[in-house]
Design a protein around this ligand. Sequence first.
Ligand SMILES: *Cc1c(COP(=O)(O)O)cnc(C)c1O
Length: 428
Amino acid sequence: MLTRSETAYAAAKQVMPGGVNSPVRAFRAVGGTPFFADHGAGPYLYDLDGNRYVDYLLSWGPLIWGHAHPRVIDSVVAAARRGTSFGVPTEWETEMAQLVIDLVPSVEVVRMVNSGTEAVMSALRLARAYTGRPCIVKFAGGYHGHADSLLVKAGSGVATFGLPDSPGVPAATAETTLVLPYNDVAAVQSLFAARGETIAAVIVEPVAGNMGCIPPVPGFLQALRDLTQQYGALLIFDEVMTGFRIALGGAQARFGVVPDLTTLGKVIGGGLPVGAYGGKREIMGWVAPDGPVYQAGTLSGNPLAMAAGLATLRMLQEEGEALYTRLEAYGRALVEAFLDAGAKHGIPVTGHALGGMFGLFFHPGPVRDYAAAAAADSQRYARFFHALLRRGVALAPSQLESGFVSAVHGEAELAWTVAAVADAMAEV
Ligand SMILES: *Cc1c(COP(=O)(O)O)cnc(C)c1O
C-alpha cells in the first residue's frame, strides 16, 4: 500500500525531471521517497499522509518566523487584494530598500531581484564591469546559485583554473572562476600575489552554509577584506543564507567586516521568491539606468514579495539581537544533544551552531572546509536522517546542508528533538 506521498511522487516523476523543481528535494543524498508537503504551521510541517515534523529545513532558510506566520500571511493577503504586479514603482519597494539599508552595514543602495541566483549573477556582472577585470575567486563548497560562472567544481586545495561542474557551462566561462579552499588565508594570499591584477572580486559565504554549516576561522574574513583592498578587487559577501539569519545585520554585522557588495535572498523574501544585491553608492551607481551595467526584471520588487519580506524583517527588527541569541542557544542545545548521543555510542560527530543556522557532521572534526565536510560519513547521515523523520523531526536531506531554527521553535520542540536525536543515534 503506497503512501499518499509515494503516489504523488510517482505522478510528479512523469512530468518533471526527477519529479521536482529543485534537485535536492528528490532525496538523492539520503535515499527513499521525498514526503510531499500538505501545509505548515509555526515550527511544524505536515505531509500528505498527516505526519507532523518539527521542521529544521524551513524551506531551505527563508522561514525565520516558521510556517504561515499570521503577520506575514496577513500582509501578503492585503497586498494581493490590491493587485499582484504593476510594472510601475510602488512605495513598498522604497520601504524595503530603506529597511535593508538601515539593517545591513555595507548596503547604501540596493536593487531587488527574484532569487539568490539572480542577485549573485548581477553582482558579479557589476564587479567585473566596475573593476574591468575578468576573474572571480570563490571557495570550494561555496554555493552561490546556479549561474554559469559559479557552477565550478571544488578544486583540490590548489588554485587552478576552474572546470565546469555541469555540462552546458562553457569552459571559457569556468576558466575565469578561481577556486580556493575555505578558511585558507595563505591560499588567498598566494593567488593574489600571482594574479591579483586579473581578479575582479572574491565572493564568499561569510558563514559557509552549503557544505553543512562551517563558521569562518578567526581572521579569515578580515584577511579577505585586506587583500581585496590591497589589490583593488571587490569583496562580495554572499549573504543569501546568512542575511538576517546570523544577526539582524547578517554575518557582516556579527564579524565586523564590511564588504563592497552584498547579495541577499531567502529570509528577505519571507517565503516568497526574492533576492537583492546592494553595496556602496559609488559601485551601485554603475547599475542601469544610472549606469551602463544592464540588469532588469519583469517581477522584480513584486508587491506580494515585498509584503512578505517587510513583515518578516520588521518583526526581526522589533525583536532585535536578543532573538539571534535565543536562536543560537537553541541551535547549540541541538548540537550538544547530537554530540552527547554520538559520544554515548562511540560515533564520531562534530557540529556547529551560529545565529539561526546549525550543522551536524558524522566526522570527528574539525570541519573547517569542503574537504573535511565531504569526508563525513554520508551513509550514516542518511540513516540518521530517516530515523529522525520516523520520529517526527525533519532535517535537510543531505549532510552538506545547513539546518535552520525559527523564532517560533520553543522548549517543546527542542525537548522533542533532543529525545529523537538520542533514539535515532542508537539506531545508526
Ligand atoms: C540559496 C543560496 C543561493 C541561491 O539562491 P536561490 O534563491 O536558490 O537562487 C545563493 N547563495 C547562497 C549562499 C545560498 O544559500
